[in-house]
Design a protein around this ligand. Structure first.
Ligand code: AHR
Length: 512
């Protein structure tokens, strides 16, 4: 049956923050080495930055980039990777069982960000290290000069401070896989003390405390509550991580799973606001969804995660994304947009080769994975006022399998609307972009959008992402197998948009 949507120009969820469209570069596999950085590659510049990758990054349009981890950061000595490259030590990386050559470090990352026109976001090591190393890194990066650390930066060739604004206080500190995992009490204390010193050096910075590494962690909820009770006066953000899977081979459930991300966000907002209430504070902690993606094929499979012999830049976590993954991924984009009032920052994990929208061959070409397209469309056209869409859609029942807790977890989802969507108005041009996911695998969806108080729109552009084979992928040999095509048959009248969405499709309709 027809799926009806009402969009009212006065009903607004919130404005997107530019940092909602971020991504993530970790020292992991071939994300840095062979990804963004490959001296000697035919497209590399004198700093070793691959320009074929940079071009795709510009097209993808991430706004902020998290670095250097991830699990990697919990054993990182940032001092190893600054200064003369030939003097930098090689270290064992216990997060990914590889050898870290440290030929790329903080300064190179900042230069790469500036070249790509992306804001840098740095994470500090609160695993094997604590406040002292963190405050020294802030001094090295942000202090203008006249002290040992800031003068060392100058000596290394970076005269001006990097002025990094956004800092993560560690990574996934609740996870047993983390180097020096902590209890919520331990982490809350260490994060608080690190935060105080970091802000004494540079009061303009913003800090994100680690939330749970997943909603299915046994300590989820209690962790956020305890950590925020400690850190509340010192941080602006709490982090969230979600990786959607299809371990069960159940596509409808996988496509339903972004709705669990909605629930996760709402629960973290409730906990953060309850901490604020108990502190009698009007301060609102914002959410930084600083890891999100589809990830499962290369996750539980040890051979895809660890290569023997401590290699440099091993080919690990090189998830090859399908059409079906792009649909689930698009659903996650919608969850982020529809919580633009509280999720003010998010990082697609990751950027190149490692669970990434961009793939490269070391020494060879670079190409777009299927998930590239929903992200690029969201980043280009999802900025502005997110409208509160009233959706009337038929639903289906699903049961989503998520194996990360102590026991296998099945989330019953009795009423999943076939349509998941978001609508964003560009306040400058008045253009409205509708992002719409048809989760029905067999049936086309007749969509009817009523527009209230928008004037008479005309069609700017309509695109769809679909493929007859849900397992289709983009590869070096067939880099454009899955790509957006025109969505035809969109009709507009004074107060209506009508379209037919193909089964299992991601769509973008822009009017203005
Ligand atoms: O993004 C891959 C890994 O997933 C990150 O290093 C870690 O934070 C998470 O578990």
């Amino acid at each position: 049956r027809k799926v009806s949507v009402v969009l009212n120009s006065q009903a607004v969820i919130g404005d997107t923050d530019p940092r909602l469209f971020g991504a993530f570069v970790e020292h992991l596999g071939r994300c840095v080495y062979g990804g963004i950085y490959e001296p000697g590659h035919p497209t590399a510049d004198e700093q070793g930055f691959r320009h074929d990758v940079l071009e795709l990054v510009r097209e993808l349009a991430p706004t902020i980039m998290r670095y250097p981890g991830g699990n990697f950061v919990s054993g990182y000595n940032w001092e190893d990777a600054v200064g003369p490259v030939d003097k930098r030590p090689r270290r064992l990386d216990l997060a990914w069982m590889s050898t870290e050559p440290n030929t790329f470090g903080t300064n190179e990352f900042i230069d790469w960000c500036r070249l790509a026109d992306i804001e840098p976001m740095l994470a500090v090591n609160l695993g094997t290290r604590a406040g002292d190393a963190a405050r020294n890194l802030v001094e090295y990066c942000n202090h203008p000069g006249g002290t040992a650390w800031s003068d060392l930066r100058k000596e290394h060739g970076w005269e001006k401070p990097h002025n990094v604004k956004f800092w993560c206080l560690g990574n996934e500190m609740d996870g047993p896989w983390q180097m020096e995992m902590k209890t919520a009490e331990e982490y809350g204390r260490i994060a608080t003390e690190a935060a105080k010193m970091m802000k004494w050096i540079d009061p303009s910075i913003e800090l994100a405390a680690c939330g749970s590494s997943g909603r299915n962690m046994p300590t989820f909820g209690a962790w956020e509550d305890t950590v925020l009770q400690h850190t509340f006066p010192h941080v602006e953000w709490i982090s969230l991580h979600t990786y959607v899977n299809n371990y069960a081979g159940d596509t409808p459930a996988m496509l339903a799973s972004p709705d669990l991300m909605d629930g996760f966000i709402e629960e973290v907002v409730a906990i953060a606001d309850s901490v604020a209430a108990r502190a009698h504070s009007s301060k609102r902690i914002m959410l930084s969804f600083d890891e999100w993606n589809v990830w499962y094929r290369t996750r539980r499979n040890k051979a895809e995660r660890v290569k023997p012999g401590w290699p440099v830049a091993p080919e690990i976590l090189e998830e090859i994304y399908t059409m079906e993954d792009a649909l689930a991924f698009g659903g996650m984009c919608l969850s982020l947009l529809n919580h633009a009032d509280r999720v003010k920052c998010a990082c697609l994990a990751q950027l190149v080769n490692v669970i990434a929208p961009i793939m490269t061959e070391t020494g060879g070409p670079a190409w777009r994975q299927t998930i590239f397209f929903p992200f690029a469309q969201m980043s280009h056209f999802g900025r502005g006022r997110v409208l509160r869409a009233e959706v009337d859609s038929p639903t289906y029942a699903a049961s989503y399998f998520d194996p990360r807790g102590k026991d296998d977890l099945y989330f019953p989802m009795p009423a999943v609307p076939y349509l998941k969507m978001a609508a964003v108005e560009d306040p400058e041009t008045g253009a409205v972009t509708i992002f719409a996911l048809n989760r029905h695998l067999e049936e086309s969806m007749p969509l009817d959008v009523a527009l209230k108080d928008f004037g008479t729109p005309s069609l700017i552009e309509a695109l769809q992402l679909r493929h007859d084979d849900l397992k289709a992928t983009n590869t070096k040999a067939h880099p454009d197998e899955v790509a957006p095509t025109a969505l035809t048959g969109v009709s507009l009248s004074a107060d209506r948009i009508q379209a037919t969405l193909a089964p299992a499709s991601w769509n973008m309709i822009r009017v203005g």
